[in-house]
Write a protein that binds this ligand. Structure first.
Ligand code: IDP
Ligand code: MG
Length: 151
């Protein structure tokens, strides 16, 4: 079963949009399999965004992302990575269709409230980075899967 890493950024947490984002993934039918509120270090964020190190906006991205707590989540289900990206909208909120999370809640690319993995490979890397103790799948009585910390 495919997994994706979805993170509510500091502006999303501050504005109280965490519940709305969780609600949309639950309603769509994905399973919440790990969740943590964390105030990340700059080093941790530099690792998360290592592919963007050369970009001019990289320093301000790290400042923004380290400005407060974030809510990191693992969501599991069919085609979770691609569908999660569709639910988020485009990187630039102004290019995001209404009905998407970014299209409904923001207008600035530098304050776009949420992150979603862009490939299955990156999703697994991000899950390992943000949940280093690991997550494990077990059967759930009312639905398909559940994941919990190994220890
Ligand atoms: P994504 O979040 O849609 O995957 P990426 O290209 O991976 O987009 O960029 C990571 C984050 O960096 C974006 O979500 C956004 O917050 C920020 N970002 C991307 N492009 C720009 C830009 O041109 N100016 C300012 N911030 C940007
Ligand atoms: Mg990205």
């Amino acid at each position: 079963m495919e997994r994706t890493y979805i993170m509510v950024k500091p502006d999303g947490v501050e504005r109280g949009i965490v519940g709305e984002i969780i609600k949309r993934f639950e309603q769509r039918g994905f399973q919440l399999t790990a969740l943590e509120l964390i105030h990340p270090t700059k080093e941790h964020l530099e690792e998360h965004y290592c592919d963007l190190k050369g970009k001019g906006f990289f320093p301000s991205l790290i400042e923004y992302m380290s400005s407060g707590p974030v809510v990191g989540m693992v969501w599991t289900g069919k085609d979770a990575v691609k569908t999660g990206r569709k639910m988020l909208g485009e990187t630039n909120p102004l290019a995001s269709a209404p009905g998407t999370i970014r299209g409904d809640f923001c207008i600035e690319v530098g304050r776009n409230i949420c992150h979603g993995s862009d490939s299955v490979e990156n999703a697994e890397k991000e899950i390992a980075l943000w949940f280093p103790r690991g997550v494990k799948t077990v059967a759930r009585s009312h639905s398909i899967h559940s994941l919990f910390y190994e220890n």
